[in-house]
Design a protein around this ligand. Structure first.
Ligand code: ATP
Ligand code: MG
Length: 553
């Protein structure tokens, strides 16, 4: 990987560290999700980066659940996160939980008190906020800041023992109330929260804050390169300060730009709202930017890894066009997906000069793009076929290379047919298209000498299976719903899901399995929906169209 392109800035740092013999050349990264939601494509970027660096430099990556906030966290999320990381193709060295360090973190907090670098503060959150000052005005110390070490030790032990209600006291680091960096103005280390934790149960009623859990967890695990997103830059001095004062393993924090993608939102909090308010089916709705949603939609791990590789590692916030993600899945499926025929908007084509009751097995390649040529399949052909309604026109314009009276077209993998007439119902809708066929034009042994410009797909009426087909559009109507005025949900696209209740599919598709991509010829790439499909009712999701046909409204 690194040989083919220039190094990103984190690779440069790591290579420099290795040259200098830092950590004896050891590289240990971590992926630290908070188990308060399902992972999204932004997390995939972080996963690919952390695990990718470890693979590149012979290192390892820990999966660490940042579970210091008992209220929003859940085992369901832990399980889904593990499944998603595995599915993306990565293996962690150790599965760890910040909550496993609660005893150690408590001892470290006590050590800070003993050094005179932490104090128990009884102020309300509002008072703390006011006393902190503003970016242009220094903060003011309050009476609690000068509490004795003894008193702080007693109070902190009492906080832990459950003597005080939520919010009555906090433990704060004694850093610098005049620091230009607001995060250094005596940040909170511990808060009281009488809440049940998904792993530690009711053992604790005080919980460490991010700033006093993350860096310490990194240090305990001896993480060499702790990679996070840009919003943590102002936290870095505090990250280093705690590690230095506590004389811990010197983990180092590096920041890169988070992934933002057009026409979606990328925050677990917002995605949770979409789920809870029923705007989508669930976290794995195929329109969601979650890894589980993309998987259900038919994305492959390879396409997501390729996308993360292509966007690179930026130092500045940017917005990636979702069409790049679509490009990556199209490229992958073009090479791997088997070609099949399915008619989504059917109209009947009758070959009037083809014997009634006759079935001919036609041959169709599985994938002409496949490198190893993966054989083919048989497709039953008969006198009556389903074709797409749009492939026939009563009054065809010039350069319409499909069907209209007098026009010829090739039926994919079968014969050239000529349209002779059509039938209308009482309302004037075309119900049948009548054709004759050229027997010598059969695909594979065409001796007709006739060449036609158009080829259309079809499914034999008596052999067709039915399926429900779900077509998706962007979940949001605007590029950056989070940055628009008002509620981001008012920008939801009301037409993001279009259900076709009865489509006709070739019989081979009855063998389809979720997660396997098929190209429905001329219609896009599809996969079986794992949640809604049943043996007697297949449901397919369109992963992506064949071409980027999306136009801005
Ligand atoms: P969210 O705001 O969606 O809840 P988060 O950052 O709070 O995201 P965490 O579970 O804390 O979610 O994230 C785990 C890791 O994934 C962190 O290292 C975080 O920086 C990274 N991450 C989260 N979102 C993105 C993103 N959009 N792009 C890149 N990395 C991300
Ligand atoms: Mg977070």
């Amino acid at each position: 990987m690194a040989e083919e392109r220039s190094l990103n800035f984190i690779e440069e740092i790591i290579e420099e560290d290795i040259r200098e013999g830092k950590n004896s050349g050891r590289v240990l990264t971590r992926f630290p999700p908070e188990p308060n939601g399902y992972l999204h494509i932004g997390h995939a970027k972080s996963i690919c980066l952390n695990f990718g660096l470890a693979l590149e430099y012979n290192g390892k990556t820990n999966l660490r659940f940042d579970d210091t906030n008992p209220v929003k966290e859940d085992v369901e999320y832990v399980d889904s996160i593990k499944a998603d990381v595995k599915w993306l193709g990565f293996e962690w060295a150790e599965e760890l939980y910040a909550s496993d360090y609660f005893d150690q973190l408590y001892e470290l907090a006590v050590a800070m008190i003993k050094k005179g670098l932490a104090y128990v503060d009884d102020s309300t959150p509002e008072e703390i906020a006011t006393q902190k000052g503003t970016p242009t005005e220094p903060g003011k110390p309050n009476q609690y800041r000068s509490r004795s070490i003894e008193e702080n030790l007693t109070l902190f032990a009492e906080m832990k023992a459950g003597k005080y209600p939520d919010g009555a006291k906090v433990l704060r680091a004694k850093v610098d109330l005049a620091s230009p960096n607001m995060h250094m103005r005596d940040p909170i280390m511990y808060r009281i929260k009488h809440a049940h934790h998904h792993r530690t149960g009711d053992a604790w009623c005080i919980y460490p804050m991010y700033d006093f859990a993350h860096g310490q967890s990194d240090a305990i695990e001896q993480i060499t390169h702790s990679i996070c997103t840009l919003e943590f830059i102002p936290h870095r001095p505090l990250y280093d300060w705690f590690i230095e004062e506590l004389n811990l393993f010197p983990s180092k924090q590096y920041e890169f730009a988070r992934l933002n993608m057009t026409y979606t939102v990328m925050s677990k909090r917002k995605l949770l709202q979409l789920v809870e308010e029923g705007h989508v089916e669930d976290w794995d709705d195929p329109r969601m930017p979650t890894i589980s949603g993309l998987r259900r939609r038919g994305y492959t791990p390879k396409s997501i890894r390729e996308f993360c590789e292509r966007i690179g590692v930026a130092k500045r916030e940017n917005m990636i066009d979702v069409s790049l993600l679509e490009f990556c899945i199209r490229e992958d499926l073009n090479k791997s997906a088997w070609r099949r025929m399915a008619v989504l908007d059917p109209i009947k084509l009758v070959i009037t000069d083809y014997p009634e009751g006759k079935t001919e097995m036609m041959y169709g390649e599985n994938n002409p793009e496949a490198e190893d040529g993966d054989g083919g399949r048989e497709i039953p052909f008969s006198r009556e076929l389903w074709i797409e309604r749009e492939d026939f026109m009563e009054i065809p314009p010039k350069k319409f290379f499909r069907l209209g009276v007098g026009l010829m077209v090739r039926l994919k993998n079968a014969y050239i047919v000529k349209c002779e007439s059509f039938v209308k119902d009482a309302e004037g809708n075309v119900t049948e298209v009548h054709c004759t066929h050229i027997p010598e034009s059969k695909s594979g042994g065409d001796s007709s000498g006739i060449s036609v410009k158009g080829t259309i797909h079809w499914v034999s009426v008596p052999h067709a299976k039915t399926a429900e087909v779900r077509l998706y559009d962007r979940l949001f109507q605007v590029e950056d719903p989070s940055n628009e005025e008002g509620d981001f949900k008012s920008y939801l696209n009301p037409n993001s899901l279009h259900i076709i209740e009865t489509a006709y599919i070739e019989p081979e598709l009855a063998k389809a399995e979720p997660g396997v991509g098929y190209q429905f010829m001329r219609k896009g790439y599809f996969t079986l929906d794992k949640n809604h499909s049943k043996a007697d009712k297949l449901v397919f999701n369109r992963t992506v169209t064949l071409k980027d046909g999306w136009v801005k409204k």
